[in-house]
Design a protein around this ligand. Sequence first.
Ligand code: UD1
Length: 372
Amino acid sequence: MEDKKRVAYIIGTRPEVIRSATLIKALKSDDSIVFSLVHTGQHYDYLMDKVFFEEFHLSDPDINLEIGSGSHSEQTAAIMVKLEKYFEEFKPDIVAVFGDTNSSLAAAITTVKMGIPLAHIEAGCREYEMDMPEEINRRLIDHCSNVNLTVSELCSDNLKAEKVAGDVIFCGDPLYDVYKECSQTDGDSEILKEFGLEPDKYAVMTAHRGKNVDDDDNLRNIFSAVSHFGDIPVIFPVHPRTKKHIDEFYLSKENVSNLIMTRPLNYHEMIQVVKNSKFAITDSGGLQKEVYWSKKPCVTLRDHTAWIETVNEGVNFLSKPESGAIISKIDHILDNYDEIVSLFSDNSDVYGSGDITGRIVSNLKKYAGKKW
Ligand code: UD1
Protein backbone atom coordinates (compact mmCIF):
# COMPACT_ATOMS: atom_id res chain seq x y z
CA MET A 1 0.00 0.00 0.00
CA GLU A 2 2.79 2.40 0.99
CA ASP A 3 4.52 1.87 -2.38
CA LYS A 4 1.62 3.34 -4.27
CA LYS A 5 2.35 6.61 -6.05
CA ARG A 6 0.05 9.49 -5.25
CA VAL A 7 -0.76 11.27 -8.51
CA ALA A 8 -2.82 14.49 -8.69
CA TYR A 9 -4.05 15.39 -12.16
CA ILE A 10 -5.29 18.90 -12.84
CA ILE A 11 -8.01 19.84 -15.32
CA GLY A 12 -10.10 22.99 -15.63
CA THR A 13 -11.25 23.62 -19.17
CA ARG A 14 -12.99 21.78 -21.98
CA PRO A 15 -9.85 20.84 -23.93
CA GLU A 16 -8.15 19.47 -20.82
CA VAL A 17 -11.06 17.15 -20.11
CA ILE A 18 -11.15 15.91 -23.72
CA ARG A 19 -7.38 15.54 -24.19
CA SER A 20 -7.05 13.73 -20.87
CA ALA A 21 -9.94 11.31 -21.31
CA THR A 22 -7.92 8.14 -21.97
CA LEU A 23 -5.20 9.21 -19.52
CA ILE A 24 -7.62 9.81 -16.66
CA LYS A 25 -9.12 6.35 -17.17
CA ALA A 26 -5.68 4.71 -17.33
CA LEU A 27 -4.45 6.49 -14.18
CA LYS A 28 -7.62 5.74 -12.28
CA SER A 29 -7.53 2.03 -13.08
CA ASP A 30 -3.82 1.60 -12.30
CA ASP A 31 -3.48 -0.40 -9.06
CA SER A 32 -0.08 1.06 -8.27
CA ILE A 33 -1.47 4.62 -8.19
CA VAL A 34 -3.58 6.57 -5.70
CA PHE A 35 -5.22 8.94 -8.11
CA SER A 36 -6.83 12.30 -7.51
CA LEU A 37 -8.60 14.20 -10.29
CA VAL A 38 -8.69 17.90 -9.46
CA HIS A 39 -11.05 20.18 -11.39
CA THR A 40 -10.40 23.89 -10.98
CA GLY A 41 -13.89 24.87 -12.21
CA GLN A 42 -12.50 27.34 -14.79
CA HIS A 43 -15.11 25.95 -17.20
CA TYR A 44 -18.41 25.21 -15.52
CA ASP A 45 -21.24 25.25 -18.12
CA TYR A 46 -22.78 21.82 -18.69
CA LEU A 47 -21.88 21.89 -22.41
CA MET A 48 -18.29 22.99 -21.68
CA ASP A 49 -17.63 20.44 -18.97
CA LYS A 50 -20.00 17.84 -17.52
CA VAL A 51 -21.17 16.66 -20.93
CA PHE A 52 -17.66 15.27 -21.58
CA PHE A 53 -17.53 13.42 -18.25
CA GLU A 54 -20.74 11.70 -19.30
CA GLU A 55 -19.62 11.09 -22.86
CA PHE A 56 -16.27 9.53 -21.90
CA HIS A 57 -17.71 7.75 -18.83
CA LEU A 58 -15.34 9.52 -16.47
CA SER A 59 -16.05 9.48 -12.77
CA ASP A 60 -16.56 12.85 -11.10
CA PRO A 61 -13.47 14.81 -10.05
CA ASP A 62 -12.29 14.14 -6.49
CA ILE A 63 -12.50 17.85 -5.84
CA ASN A 64 -13.82 20.86 -7.76
CA LEU A 65 -12.29 24.19 -6.73
CA GLU A 66 -15.19 26.07 -8.38
CA ILE A 67 -13.19 29.16 -9.30
CA GLY A 68 -15.36 30.08 -12.31
CA SER A 69 -14.80 33.07 -14.60
CA GLY A 70 -12.70 36.13 -13.75
CA SER A 71 -9.63 38.06 -14.79
CA HIS A 72 -6.48 36.05 -15.40
CA SER A 73 -5.04 37.06 -12.04
CA GLU A 74 -8.27 36.31 -10.23
CA GLN A 75 -8.48 32.86 -11.77
CA THR A 76 -4.82 32.05 -11.20
CA ALA A 77 -4.70 33.32 -7.62
CA ALA A 78 -7.97 31.65 -6.59
CA ILE A 79 -6.75 28.29 -7.89
CA MET A 80 -3.38 28.61 -6.11
CA VAL A 81 -4.90 29.38 -2.70
CA LYS A 82 -7.39 26.51 -2.84
CA LEU A 83 -5.02 24.02 -4.40
CA GLU A 84 -2.33 24.55 -1.77
CA LYS A 85 -4.81 23.53 0.92
CA TYR A 86 -5.86 20.48 -1.07
CA PHE A 87 -2.26 19.35 -1.69
CA GLU A 88 -1.54 19.66 2.05
CA GLU A 89 -4.26 17.04 2.58
CA PHE A 90 -3.71 14.78 -0.44
CA LYS A 91 0.12 14.90 -0.32
CA PRO A 92 0.82 14.10 -3.99
CA ASP A 93 4.10 12.44 -5.04
CA ILE A 94 3.66 14.12 -8.41
CA VAL A 95 1.29 16.63 -9.99
CA ALA A 96 0.47 16.50 -13.71
CA VAL A 97 -0.76 19.54 -15.60
CA PHE A 98 -1.74 19.84 -19.25
CA GLY A 99 -1.00 22.45 -21.91
CA ASP A 100 -1.33 26.17 -21.39
CA THR A 101 -4.44 27.31 -19.54
CA ASN A 102 -4.65 29.52 -16.47
CA SER A 103 -5.65 26.40 -14.53
CA SER A 104 -2.45 24.63 -15.57
CA LEU A 105 -0.21 27.60 -14.78
CA ALA A 106 -1.79 28.11 -11.35
CA ALA A 107 -1.41 24.42 -10.51
CA ALA A 108 2.19 24.39 -11.75
CA ILE A 109 3.24 27.33 -9.57
CA THR A 110 1.49 25.89 -6.52
CA THR A 111 3.19 22.53 -7.08
CA VAL A 112 6.74 23.86 -7.41
CA LYS A 113 6.29 26.26 -4.48
CA MET A 114 5.39 23.24 -2.35
CA GLY A 115 8.43 21.26 -3.55
CA ILE A 116 6.29 18.61 -5.23
CA PRO A 117 7.53 17.08 -8.53
CA LEU A 118 5.71 18.54 -11.53
CA ALA A 119 5.01 16.89 -14.91
CA HIS A 120 3.91 18.95 -17.89
CA ILE A 121 1.95 17.09 -20.53
CA GLU A 122 1.87 18.68 -24.01
CA ALA A 123 5.04 20.58 -23.15
CA GLY A 124 7.24 22.50 -25.55
CA CYS A 125 4.61 24.06 -27.86
CA ARG A 126 5.64 27.48 -29.09
CA GLU A 127 3.66 30.00 -31.12
CA TYR A 128 6.00 32.95 -30.50
CA GLU A 129 3.12 35.32 -29.77
CA MET A 130 4.05 36.82 -26.43
CA ASP A 131 0.78 38.75 -26.17
CA MET A 132 -1.16 35.51 -26.08
CA PRO A 133 -1.91 34.34 -22.52
CA GLU A 134 -1.41 30.70 -23.48
CA GLU A 135 2.14 31.36 -24.75
CA ILE A 136 3.11 32.89 -21.41
CA ASN A 137 1.45 30.09 -19.48
CA ARG A 138 3.11 27.26 -21.38
CA ARG A 139 6.59 28.83 -21.25
CA LEU A 140 6.39 29.35 -17.50
CA ILE A 141 5.13 25.82 -16.90
CA ASP A 142 7.83 24.24 -19.10
CA HIS A 143 10.55 26.02 -17.17
CA CYS A 144 9.45 24.87 -13.73
CA SER A 145 8.53 21.26 -14.56
CA ASN A 146 10.68 18.34 -13.40
CA VAL A 147 9.66 16.46 -16.52
CA ASN A 148 8.27 17.75 -19.82
CA LEU A 149 6.33 15.18 -21.84
CA THR A 150 6.07 16.37 -25.43
CA VAL A 151 3.71 15.57 -28.31
CA SER A 152 6.25 15.98 -31.13
CA GLU A 153 10.02 15.94 -31.72
CA LEU A 154 9.78 19.61 -32.63
CA CYS A 155 8.35 20.43 -29.18
CA SER A 156 11.25 18.50 -27.60
CA ASP A 157 13.71 20.49 -29.73
CA ASN A 158 12.10 23.77 -28.58
CA LEU A 159 12.67 22.83 -24.95
CA LYS A 160 16.23 21.67 -25.47
CA ALA A 161 17.01 24.93 -27.31
CA GLU A 162 15.65 26.86 -24.31
CA LYS A 163 17.68 24.68 -21.94
CA VAL A 164 14.79 23.92 -19.59
CA ALA A 165 15.82 22.60 -16.19
CA GLY A 166 13.70 19.45 -16.24
CA ASP A 167 13.90 16.34 -18.39
CA VAL A 168 12.34 16.27 -21.87
CA ILE A 169 10.64 13.11 -23.11
CA PHE A 170 8.74 12.70 -26.39
CA CYS A 171 5.65 10.61 -25.67
CA GLY A 172 3.18 11.68 -28.40
CA ASP A 173 -0.15 13.41 -28.21
CA PRO A 174 -2.69 11.85 -25.82
CA LEU A 175 -5.41 13.56 -27.88
CA TYR A 176 -4.49 11.18 -30.70
CA ASP A 177 -5.48 8.24 -28.47
CA VAL A 178 -8.81 9.90 -27.69
CA TYR A 179 -9.36 10.71 -31.37
CA LYS A 180 -8.58 7.14 -32.47
CA GLU A 181 -10.87 5.62 -29.85
CA CYS A 182 -13.65 7.96 -30.85
CA SER A 183 -13.12 7.38 -34.57
CA GLN A 184 -13.64 3.66 -34.01
CA THR A 185 -16.85 4.10 -32.11
CA ASP A 186 -18.51 6.80 -34.20
CA GLY A 187 -20.48 5.91 -37.29
CA ASP A 188 -23.90 7.41 -37.02
CA SER A 189 -24.54 10.65 -38.77
CA GLU A 190 -27.35 11.91 -36.55
CA ILE A 191 -25.52 15.16 -36.10
CA LEU A 192 -25.29 15.72 -39.87
CA LYS A 193 -29.02 15.06 -40.17
CA GLU A 194 -29.78 17.39 -37.27
CA PHE A 195 -28.17 20.29 -39.13
CA GLY A 196 -29.05 19.19 -42.68
CA LEU A 197 -25.41 18.65 -43.70
CA GLU A 198 -24.28 16.51 -46.63
CA PRO A 199 -20.85 14.79 -46.43
CA ASP A 200 -18.05 16.75 -48.15
CA LYS A 201 -20.36 19.65 -48.99
CA TYR A 202 -19.92 21.84 -45.93
CA ALA A 203 -17.19 23.40 -43.79
CA VAL A 204 -16.78 23.44 -40.02
CA MET A 205 -15.65 26.52 -38.11
CA THR A 206 -14.66 27.30 -34.51
CA ALA A 207 -13.32 30.55 -33.03
CA HIS A 208 -12.73 31.43 -29.41
CA ARG A 209 -9.30 33.12 -29.11
CA GLY A 210 -9.38 36.59 -27.58
CA LYS A 211 -7.64 38.14 -30.59
CA ASN A 212 -10.32 36.87 -32.97
CA VAL A 213 -13.52 37.14 -30.99
CA ASP A 214 -13.09 39.99 -28.47
CA ASP A 215 -12.49 42.46 -31.31
CA ASP A 216 -15.58 43.66 -33.17
CA ASP A 217 -13.73 44.13 -36.52
CA ASN A 218 -12.00 40.76 -36.46
CA LEU A 219 -15.16 38.83 -35.64
CA ARG A 220 -17.04 40.73 -38.37
CA ASN A 221 -14.23 39.96 -40.85
CA ILE A 222 -14.50 36.25 -40.11
CA PHE A 223 -18.28 36.34 -40.62
CA SER A 224 -17.89 38.34 -43.82
CA ALA A 225 -15.36 35.83 -45.25
CA VAL A 226 -17.79 32.99 -44.54
CA SER A 227 -20.63 34.85 -46.28
CA HIS A 228 -18.45 35.13 -49.41
CA PHE A 229 -18.87 31.36 -49.88
CA GLY A 230 -22.64 31.52 -49.72
CA ASP A 231 -23.21 28.13 -51.36
CA ILE A 232 -21.10 26.27 -48.75
CA PRO A 233 -22.87 25.74 -45.44
CA VAL A 234 -20.53 26.41 -42.50
CA ILE A 235 -21.38 24.75 -39.19
CA PHE A 236 -20.17 26.89 -36.30
CA PRO A 237 -20.42 25.50 -32.75
CA VAL A 238 -20.17 28.64 -30.63
CA HIS A 239 -17.94 28.89 -27.53
CA PRO A 240 -19.55 30.89 -24.64
CA ARG A 241 -16.88 33.58 -24.92
CA THR A 242 -17.69 34.00 -28.64
CA LYS A 243 -21.43 33.93 -27.97
CA LYS A 244 -21.02 36.80 -25.54
CA HIS A 245 -19.29 38.92 -28.19
CA ILE A 246 -21.65 37.96 -31.01
CA ASP A 247 -24.47 39.29 -28.82
CA GLU A 248 -22.50 42.35 -27.77
CA PHE A 249 -21.53 43.25 -31.36
CA TYR A 250 -25.07 42.56 -32.65
CA LEU A 251 -23.66 40.08 -35.16
CA SER A 252 -26.71 38.13 -36.10
CA LYS A 253 -27.06 35.00 -38.12
CA GLU A 254 -29.43 36.80 -40.52
CA ASN A 255 -26.45 38.56 -42.11
CA VAL A 256 -24.70 35.30 -43.00
CA SER A 257 -27.23 32.90 -44.46
CA ASN A 258 -24.79 29.95 -44.88
CA LEU A 259 -23.57 30.10 -41.25
CA ILE A 260 -25.17 27.46 -39.03
CA MET A 261 -24.53 28.57 -35.44
CA THR A 262 -24.96 25.77 -32.92
CA ARG A 263 -24.51 24.96 -29.24
CA PRO A 264 -21.01 23.61 -28.36
CA LEU A 265 -20.98 20.01 -29.62
CA ASN A 266 -19.88 16.97 -27.67
CA TYR A 267 -16.66 15.26 -28.78
CA HIS A 268 -18.17 12.43 -30.84
CA GLU A 269 -20.45 14.90 -32.61
CA MET A 270 -17.53 17.21 -33.33
CA ILE A 271 -15.34 14.42 -34.74
CA GLN A 272 -18.26 13.24 -36.88
CA VAL A 273 -18.73 16.77 -38.20
CA VAL A 274 -14.99 17.18 -38.91
CA LYS A 275 -14.56 13.80 -40.60
CA ASN A 276 -17.43 14.47 -43.02
CA SER A 277 -16.54 18.09 -43.77
CA LYS A 278 -14.81 19.45 -46.87
CA PHE A 279 -12.49 21.74 -44.90
CA ALA A 280 -12.21 23.57 -41.57
CA ILE A 281 -11.67 27.12 -40.35
CA THR A 282 -10.45 27.37 -36.76
CA ASP A 283 -8.30 29.07 -34.15
CA SER A 284 -8.32 26.05 -31.85
CA GLY A 285 -5.11 24.09 -31.28
CA GLY A 286 -6.81 20.73 -30.77
CA LEU A 287 -9.09 21.06 -33.75
CA GLN A 288 -6.18 21.72 -36.12
CA LYS A 289 -4.85 18.27 -35.25
CA GLU A 290 -8.22 16.54 -35.41
CA VAL A 291 -8.75 18.06 -38.86
CA TYR A 292 -5.26 16.88 -39.82
CA TRP A 293 -5.87 13.32 -38.59
CA SER A 294 -9.15 13.40 -40.54
CA LYS A 295 -7.16 14.39 -43.65
CA LYS A 296 -9.06 17.62 -44.30
CA PRO A 297 -7.53 20.97 -45.30
CA CYS A 298 -7.64 23.72 -42.69
CA VAL A 299 -7.52 27.51 -42.51
CA THR A 300 -6.11 28.50 -39.12
CA LEU A 301 -7.11 31.98 -37.98
CA ARG A 302 -3.75 32.76 -36.42
CA ASP A 303 -0.39 34.31 -37.29
CA HIS A 304 1.39 31.27 -35.86
CA THR A 305 0.53 27.77 -34.84
CA ALA A 306 2.13 25.35 -32.42
CA TRP A 307 1.36 22.63 -34.98
CA ILE A 308 3.74 23.92 -37.63
CA GLU A 309 4.22 20.39 -39.00
CA THR A 310 0.71 20.62 -40.52
CA VAL A 311 1.60 23.92 -42.22
CA ASN A 312 4.88 22.50 -43.51
CA GLU A 313 3.00 19.53 -44.98
CA GLY A 314 0.96 22.02 -47.03
CA VAL A 315 -2.44 21.11 -45.58
CA ASN A 316 -2.96 23.87 -42.99
CA PHE A 317 -2.99 27.55 -44.00
CA LEU A 318 -2.50 30.39 -41.55
CA SER A 319 -4.59 33.53 -41.98
CA LYS A 320 -5.03 36.82 -40.19
CA PRO A 321 -8.64 37.60 -39.20
CA GLU A 322 -9.05 39.76 -42.32
CA SER A 323 -11.80 38.83 -44.75
CA GLY A 324 -9.63 39.15 -47.91
CA ALA A 325 -6.92 36.96 -46.40
CA ILE A 326 -9.36 34.27 -45.24
CA ILE A 327 -11.16 34.27 -48.61
CA SER A 328 -7.91 33.81 -50.52
CA LYS A 329 -6.90 30.81 -48.35
CA ILE A 330 -10.29 29.18 -48.82
CA ASP A 331 -10.16 29.87 -52.58
CA HIS A 332 -6.74 28.22 -52.64
CA ILE A 333 -8.11 25.14 -50.87
CA LEU A 334 -11.12 24.87 -53.19
CA ASP A 335 -9.08 25.44 -56.36
CA ASN A 336 -6.44 22.85 -55.42
CA TYR A 337 -8.53 20.48 -53.34
CA ASP A 338 -7.43 17.06 -54.67
CA GLU A 339 -3.79 18.06 -54.76
CA ILE A 340 -3.88 19.28 -51.14
CA VAL A 341 -5.68 16.16 -49.90
CA SER A 342 -3.09 13.98 -51.69
CA LEU A 343 -0.40 15.56 -49.47
CA PHE A 344 -1.67 13.84 -46.32
CA SER A 345 0.70 11.00 -45.61
CA ASP A 346 -0.98 7.69 -44.82
CA ASN A 347 0.87 6.84 -41.66
CA SER A 348 2.01 10.12 -40.24
CA ASP A 349 3.29 9.66 -36.72
CA VAL A 350 4.49 13.22 -36.29
CA TYR A 351 2.31 13.49 -33.14
CA GLY A 352 3.26 10.03 -31.90
CA SER A 353 1.92 6.53 -32.40
CA GLY A 354 1.29 3.36 -30.44
CA ASP A 355 0.40 3.48 -26.76
CA ILE A 356 0.86 7.20 -26.06
CA THR A 357 -1.30 7.06 -22.93
CA GLY A 358 0.74 4.14 -21.55
CA ARG A 359 4.01 6.01 -22.08
CA ILE A 360 2.72 9.05 -20.18
CA VAL A 361 1.43 6.94 -17.29
CA SER A 362 4.74 5.14 -16.89
CA ASN A 363 6.65 8.42 -16.90
CA LEU A 364 4.36 9.87 -14.24
CA LYS A 365 5.10 6.84 -12.08
CA LYS A 366 8.82 7.10 -12.79
CA TYR A 367 9.00 10.75 -11.76
CA ALA A 368 6.67 10.48 -8.74
CA GLY A 369 8.60 11.45 -5.61
CA LYS A 370 11.68 12.33 -7.67
CA LYS A 371 12.65 15.81 -6.52
CA TRP A 372 15.16 18.13 -8.19
C1 UD1 B 1 -9.61 28.89 -22.01
C2 UD1 B 1 -8.08 28.81 -22.18
C3 UD1 B 1 -7.75 28.50 -23.64
C4 UD1 B 1 -8.49 27.27 -24.11
C5 UD1 B 1 -9.97 27.50 -23.89
C6 UD1 B 1 -10.81 26.35 -24.36
C7 UD1 B 1 -6.81 30.30 -20.67
C8 UD1 B 1 -5.96 31.51 -20.63
N1 UD1 B 1 -7.42 30.06 -21.85
O1 UD1 B 1 -10.06 30.00 -22.79
O2 UD1 B 1 -6.37 28.27 -23.76
O3 UD1 B 1 -8.24 27.08 -25.49
O4 UD1 B 1 -10.19 27.71 -22.49
O5 UD1 B 1 -12.15 26.65 -24.30
O6 UD1 B 1 -6.89 29.57 -19.69
N2 UD1 B 1 -17.51 30.98 -20.07
C9 UD1 B 1 -18.78 30.54 -19.80
N3 UD1 B 1 -18.93 29.25 -19.36
C10 UD1 B 1 -17.89 28.40 -19.18
C11 UD1 B 1 -16.59 28.88 -19.44
C12 UD1 B 1 -16.42 30.15 -19.89
O7 UD1 B 1 -19.75 31.26 -19.96
O8 UD1 B 1 -18.11 27.25 -18.78
C13 UD1 B 1 -17.32 32.34 -20.58
C14 UD1 B 1 -17.16 33.38 -19.48
O9 UD1 B 1 -17.77 34.57 -19.91
C15 UD1 B 1 -15.65 33.59 -19.45
C16 UD1 B 1 -15.27 33.40 -20.92
O10 UD1 B 1 -16.17 32.39 -21.40
O11 UD1 B 1 -15.29 34.81 -18.92
C17 UD1 B 1 -13.87 32.97 -21.16
O12 UD1 B 1 -13.58 31.79 -20.39
P1 UD1 B 1 -12.10 31.53 -19.82
O13 UD1 B 1 -12.06 30.26 -19.07
O14 UD1 B 1 -11.60 32.73 -19.12
O15 UD1 B 1 -11.22 31.39 -21.14
P2 UD1 B 1 -11.52 30.64 -22.51
O16 UD1 B 1 -11.74 31.66 -23.56
O17 UD1 B 1 -12.53 29.56 -22.39
